[in-house]
Design a protein around this ligand. Structure first.
Ligand code: PLP
Length: 391
């Protein structure tokens, strides 16, 4: 009989990581690779957060803790969600997880039965459909396009609902498109969710990275009824430049948090204890606000620069993103599938980017601008040379 379980065997390796790994291998060989593949800020973690974790180590915060997380951190998260997001949650409704990724995995595993349908707008973050499949659910992908600013409409959502639909996954600001739903758009989607008694998983990990006039509204705050059907997932990686710390959380109705805490107690247990004390400082120390703002402004500069150049590149088109740190570039006029485009871009021009097929759309590729401006300039020069050669 087959060695691997069917559940695991059906899940492909993350394509994001394949190209990124290839780029890193080329770099290790001494090749000067411009990398636009990373989903992580290029800044160090702010010093006060590092100091807080060091202090926790010195104080012996090196033991097992509660599976749901340190109470102090759950309190700080609940307060943050109340103040920043108008979510009415208690510390008991928070679970601390190993990154935003585990928060989403926990939520999907706790909610989805075999055959349950989960609505996911495309382009989507790579792991959503795979997590649904691991739970033996059925991902139902809703396509979007540049014309709709890569957003779904309430009618589209309504049209995709069947009696098997359990969950709707919303990611705003979005990875990979950088699109941000306006508060009015969020409210309109919320109404559909309520009308059909769905659950909504709101992945808000990029909420602090907003540009121009973009505003973030947490869908769970729209009404108390909706709050009872919403799982808000987030993490510290993107806003605080803490990718390697593996710190995230979910906020949800109490029975769900009890279930996800049980689940986590049988898989990973608590998140690294002293790391959680870094997270407390990230939320509680007023210094964090300036740190986030400085990083946001640096991202914004790169975004403007990258957009100005890409919008002049014949054969490609791009919608100006309003959040996160990605640009999603359409290459349908160039006639190359996204994987081949990115493979050649890397091998022939030493620029690493992620093919759109990884996010469910084969006519685009993703550039991350979480990289310094000098590399952005050099990488775009190379991209231009490549695209002009194809045109
Ligand atoms: N959600 C989205 C949309 C992401 O882009 C990422 C990371 O790339 C995550 C969740 C998970 O982040 P982490 O597990 O590093 O906190």
């Amino acid at each position: 009989s087959q060695t691997l379980s069917q559940r695991v065997a059906q899940v492909p390796a993350s394509m994001t990581l394949v190209i990124a790994a290839k780029g890193k291998a080329m770099q290790a060989e001494g090749i000067d690779v411009c990398s636009f593949s990373a989903g992580e800020p290029d800044f160090p973690t702010p010093q006060h957060i590092v100091e807080a974790a060091k202090r926790a180590l010195d104080e012996g915060k090196t033991r097992y803790g509660p599976a749901a997380g340190e109470l102090q951190l759950r309190e700080a998260i609940a307060q943050k969600l109340q103040t920043d997001n108008q979510l009415d949650v208690s510390p008991q409704q928070i679970q601390v997880t190993n990154g935003g990724k585990q928060a989403i995995y926990n939520a999907i595993t706790a909610l989805i039965n075999p055959g349950d349908e989960v609505i996911i707008p495309a382009p989507y973050w790579v792991s959503y459909p795979e997590m649904v499949k691991l739970a033996e659910g059925v991902p139902v992908i809703l396509p979007t396009s540049a014309e709709s600013n890569y957003k779904i409409t309430p009618e589209q959502l309504k049209g995709a609902i069947t009696e098997r639909t359990k969950l709707f996954v919303l990611n705003s600001p979005s990875n990979p498109t950088g699109m941000v739903y306006s508060p009015a758009e969020i409210r309109a989607l919320a109404q559909v969710v309520l009308d059909h008694n769905l659950w909504v998983l709101s992945d808000e990990i990029y909420e602090k990275l907003l540009y121009d006039d973009a505003e973030h509204l947490s869908i769970g705050s729209v009404s108390p009824e909706l709050g009872d059907r919403t799982i808000t997932c987030s993490g510290f990686a993107k806003a605080y430049s803490m990718t390697g710390w593996r710190l995230g959380y979910l906020a949800a109705p109490l029975p769900l948090i009890k279930a996800t805490s049980t689940l986590q107690s049988h898989s990973t247990s608590n998140v690294c204890t002293f790391a959680q004390f870094g997270a407390i400082s990230a939320l509680r120390d007023p210094k964090s606000r300036d740190c986030i703002e400085q990083m946001r402004q640096a991202f914004d500069k790169r975004r403007q620069y990258m957009y100005d150049r890409l919008s002049q590149l014949p054969g490609t088109s791009v919608v100006k993103p309003k959040g996160a740190f990605y640009m999603y570039v359409n290459i349908s006029k160039l006639g190359l599938p996204s994987y081949e485009f990115c493979e050649r871009l890397l091998e022939e021009h030493h620029v690493a980017a992620i093919p759109g097929i990884a996010f469910g759309t084969d006519d685009c590729f993703r550039l991350s601008y979480a990289t310094d401006l000098a590399s952005v300039e050099k990488g775009l020069d190379r991209l231009e040379t490549f695209v002009q050669g194809i045109n």
